[in-house]
Design a protein around this ligand. Structure first.
Ligand code: C5P
Length: 224
């Protein structure tokens, strides 16, 4: 049985990461969260007072940025490390969510992270989610999925996720952030979020989590 690359793109907060993770588990594939890399880079820039629209700061930031994924010894879940420190929780905070799309517009940052993502997926047998996976990172991916869901559903689900981590955030603030990120991600010059012609659209507004995972696993099994 051959291994394939599964590229999952789509709007913010429509469950790409959790779905991609579950699909990877089901197929015994590696899951790679490309958004976590942009988030970790954003955290680094914030903590070091670097401005992503200043080329000198970008050069400095990229030189010192070491992002990796390591499994949590207790849960075996992949967690994000920035320069040796576990930043899995911090990168999901609103502080990072509110800045990440500005940083993700920068060509030099994208080139570096895309090169790392391509290295991580070289051996196939990967599920990667993001905004440009089917268009730029793996244009030859055997399966491309474009996930959508209506904004209200996405905001509510994100609120529940944050709440599970003990973070109570106003629904309107989340909705605004998701809409703003979608606007920036879809209209930027560098690798904008687009639905590729060969991508299968999966609208999760009225699907349960196991239904959305099941649909994608089924699509994958037809390609394997
Ligand atoms: O996937 P997640 O919502 O964590 O991604 C955070 C942000 O990172 C997105 O809103 C987008 O600006 C950026 N991103 C990107 N390209 C990717 C993945 C994420 O531009 N492949």
């Amino acid at each position: 049985m051959g291994k394939i690359v599964i590229a999952i793109d789509g709007y913010s907060g429509c469950g790409k990461s959790s779905t991609a993770k579950a699909v990877a588990k089901e197929l015994n594939y590696t899951y790679i969260d490309s958004g976590a890399m942009y988030r970790a880079a954003t955290l680094y820039f914030l903590e070091n007072y670097l401005n992503p629209s200043n080329p000198k700061d970008v050069e400095r930031g990229l030189k010192n940025l070491d992002i990796s994924f390591q499994p949590n010894p207790d849960t075996q879940k992949q967690e994000t490390y920035l320069n040796g420190l576990n930043v899995e929780n911090e990168i999901r905070s609103m502080r990072v969510s509110e800045k990440v799309s500005e940083l993700a517009k920068v060509k030099e940052i994208r080139s570096e992270l895309v090169a790392q993502q391509q290295r991580l997926g070289r051996k196939k047998g990967v599920v990667m989610d993001g905004r440009d996976i089917g268009s730029v990172v793996f244009p030859d991916a055997e399966l491309k999925v474009f996930m959508t869901a209506d904004l209200e559903t996405r905001a509510y689900r994100r609120q529940q996720e944050l709440l599970e981590k003990g973070d109570l955030v106003d629904l309107a603030q989340i909705q605004e952030n998701l809409a703003e990120r979608d606007r920036i991600d879809s209209s930027r010059t560098e690798s904008p979020l687009i639905k590729m012609k060969d991508a299968v659209e999966v609208d999760t507004s009225h699907l349960s989590f196991s239904e959305q995972v099941g649909q994608i696993v089924h699509l994958a099994q037809q390609k394997i």
